[in-house]
Design a protein around this ligand. Structure first.
Ligand SMILES: Cc1ncc(COP(=O)(O)O)c(C=O)c1O
Length: 439
């Protein structure tokens, strides 16, 4: 059936065995990246690459200029403070006020080596706050590497797919899990990687209220901050603001990544914001484990100090400058990334025209936004089969089961696909649908 696929099956298969990927449909993001690189090299043909969430836009000039200036001033020679340089902490606190309408003191705004280091450290701390509560709850689908972090840390987690638990249903589901008394923290991303669903304020209120009731820490991963393009979240100090659980509980940590919103992934500099109340909280078991004092100081003086002793000094100046410019209304970072939403709309249409369906289609009764990712399925094909079959048609993606989703389908990331490739994408999808369609 796939003899006329644009990519030679024998070559793709030989690369799969060379990389010793046991089941290509289940391959991780990095395995797909390696495989596609090899096939592209051998065939000279280009894939439509939808597997990895690389920014795909130039970095913010404000950040680059500030970083060059900082380097010229000699910061490379100087260790930064473990919890971040003062200007960054101050601008971050203002940024959170301006764009989330939340007050977090500069002390709780902590520089991290990407959000990756932020969640790693937070998981480690949360996993030790209470000997009787050893489990983190992932509201899935989610970002696969965070589960790898749990594995590396040797910590326990549990998960459920939120697909069937939107709105009020989320309350019952969360109560059912939290009432067991084993959960120390909850993590989710909003907007969601991979599904691009966005929790609304009612859902965030449910999460917040239950976090307070069961005394668990909510980790809100805002890697795609402001990128629900259905609302204009770009005006500092003006509603609407980025919705956040921080409105509804004091037990929160927010993660603001510069990778996507400022296209600054390469410099690995992000921000973790710990609520004022959580920062000063004493957890006796945590104190015993890390010989520290408060929750906040345990994260900075024990964990971050041990892991990297701070975050790149010059990159912190970049982040501080980008926050400052955004705070002062000189840098509309939301406008700069709207391109993702525009591309997503076109790409979704191409898939829908050729027999595919959107998996996570709605936020309750509202259609999901067009943004960095979307999820698609094809009739009578599992997500794993779809990943595998599309590889012969020059389209690469990851299966949703990698993300904790119970739905069959794949995640498509729009950032790396160039507009010039849309024609080719359409042709490949058309051929795919002719070969696999039931017509
Ligand atoms: C949901 C989510 N969290 C965190 C990250 C990583 O962020 P950073 O590059 O700041 O480490 C990503 C990157 O893809 C992501 O999608």
């Amino acid at each position: 059936m796939i003899n006329n696929s644009p990519f030679d099956k024998a070559i793709v298969d030989s690369k799969i065995s060379e990389l010793r990927i046991p089941n290509v449909g289940k391959a991780s993001i990095r395995e797909i990246v390696a495989l596609v690189n090899l096939v592209e090299e051998e065939t000279g043909l280009k894939y439509i690459r939808m597997e990895m969430g690389v920014p795909g836009l130039p970095p913010s000039k404000i950040g680059v200029d500030a970083e060059i200036e900082a380097l010229k001033k000699g910061v490379a020679a100087i260790y930064p403070m473990v919890d971040g340089i003062k200007p960054l902490k101050e601008e971050a606190s203002k940024f959170i006020k301006n764009y989330l309408d939340i007050d977090v003191a500069p002390k709780g705004c902590i520089a991290t080596v990407g959000s990756m280091q932020g969640t790693f450290s937070a998981f480690m701390a949360a996993g030790n706050i209470d000997k009787n509560r050893d489990t983190t709850l992932f509201i899935d689908p989610g970002f696969p590497v965070q589960k790898q972090q749990m594995m590396v840390l040797g910590l326990k987690y549990t998960t459920f797919d939120v697909f069937n638990f939107r709105g009020e249903k989320l309350r019952d589901k969360l109560e059912e899990i939290l009432a067991k008394g084993t959960i120390n923290s909850i993590i989710y991303s909003n907007p969601n990687n991979p599904a691009w669903i966005c929790f609304n304020d009612k859902e965030l209120k449910i999460i917040g209220e239950l976090a307070t009731k069961y005394d668990v820490i909510v980790m809100e991963d805002l890697a795609y901050f402001g990128m629900d393009f259905r609302n204009d979240l770009s005006k500092p100090g003006e509603a609407p603001f980025q919705p956040t659980v921080a409105k509804y509980t004091n037990n929160y940590i927010l993660f603001i990544s510069s990778s996507k919103i400022f296209s600054y992934a390469g410099q690995r500099c992000g921000l973790m914001a710990i609520s004022d109340k959580l920062f000063v909280r004493d957890y006796p078991d945590l104190q015993e484990r890390f010989k520290g004092t408060t929750f906040g100081d345990t994260i900075t003086l024990r964990i971050l100090y041990s892991v990297s002793s701070g975050t790149s000094h010059s990159a912190q100046w970049a982040l501080a400058a980008m926050f400052k410019a955004a705070n002062e209304g000189r840098f509309n970072f939301v406008e700069e990334v709207k391109e993702y939403g525009e591309k997503a709309k076109i790409m979704k249409d191409l898939f829908l025209k050729n027999g595919f369906n959107i998996v996570y289609e709605k936020d309750l009764d509202v259609k999901i936004a067009d943004g960095f990712y979307f999820t698609i399925s094809y009739p009578n094909m599992t997500g794993n089969q779809l990943v595998e079959n599309l590889l012969y048609y020059g389209i690469s993606a990851i299966a949703l089961d990698n993300t904790g989703s119970y739905e069959e389908g794949i995640r498509a990331c729009v950032s790396f696909v160039k507009r010039e490739q849309f024609g080719e994408l359409e042709e490949r999808l058309k051929l795919f649908n002719e070969n696999f369609g039931t017509k």
